[in-house]
Design a protein around this ligand. Sequence first.
Ligand SMILES: [Mn+2]
Length: 346
Amino acid sequence: MHQLDHPRAGDALTTEPDDSAILRCLRERDRFLLTGHVRADGDCLGAQVALYHLLKALGKKVNIINPDPIADRYQFMTKDTPIGHWDTTKSDGGVGAFDVACLLDCAILERTGPMADRIRREKATICVVDHHQPSGAVPFDVEWIDPTAPASGVLVYRLAKKLGIELPRCALDAVFISLTTDTGWFKYSNTDRETLQSAADLVGAGVQPAAIFEKLYQQFPPEYPIGIGAALGTLRYEANGRLAVVMVRREELRKLNADLAETDDVLDILRSVSRVDVVLLFREPQLGRIKCSARSKGSLDVNALMKNFGGGGHMKAAGADLEGSMDAVVDRVVKAAVHTINAASK
Ligand SMILES: [Mn+2]
């Protein structure tokens, strides 16, 4: 998820998070399963790839299995690193045996979707490497959580340095992908000194930012801008212009031969309007199932808003999956958003 509710750059922890338990776990155990949250993003995948190569350097058996197949834009990361996903045709999802399940960019077992039950069944050590602010106690065997870190990939990078392991180039690329994904290419408030110093280190070691940018953001199909146009064509403002709402209907996309698998660009354009505080984008991945993506510039907590509809995320970026017709769902969510915005401005 982009634009997280991390502490602002410059905030310092009074105590350094203790990494001794995680370092011991990585050194002493043998078979590792690496996974993360559903619909893995660049940080989740980047952290996994980096940890994969760190563990390989330690001579361990490692398997990356995510809840979902890898998104097209990250496919190139599988060139040097095997990244598997839950196999629905097998009873254990094709996971195999492991001593340690390591959750990256995710500290809630349920967010690993079908992996959660499989991990519970193995009774293995569960280890968490994450940078999200936990909402309560994290009930795992080994946890290394640092909410001041800009990305989970950076936490793995720190571990590699502590262990004196030189990561191969593909793992350095992966850390850079983690960093840029979660800081919006160094735009968001979590861009701090460690972010830029790590980026400089990585570039010094051979990472080429422009080449990574091209792979991630310049490989879309010709239908993609048509999808953006279709979405923007439905724009309407509510709550005195403070709320921007767009929706993409399935049949409309089909008629135009348009594609809108990625919605970040639409959300960014809407967020660029000075008066807009909150953006809602609705699309229909399946008929009767509506996916709502919500973004906030910060004054309104879209995580709280999306929780009303069974979803969640972060203060500035959240989402929910709803059932019903597009019109009915849009009506319900927009009403709730307008109500919240108006209540907050009283
Ligand atoms: Mn992250």
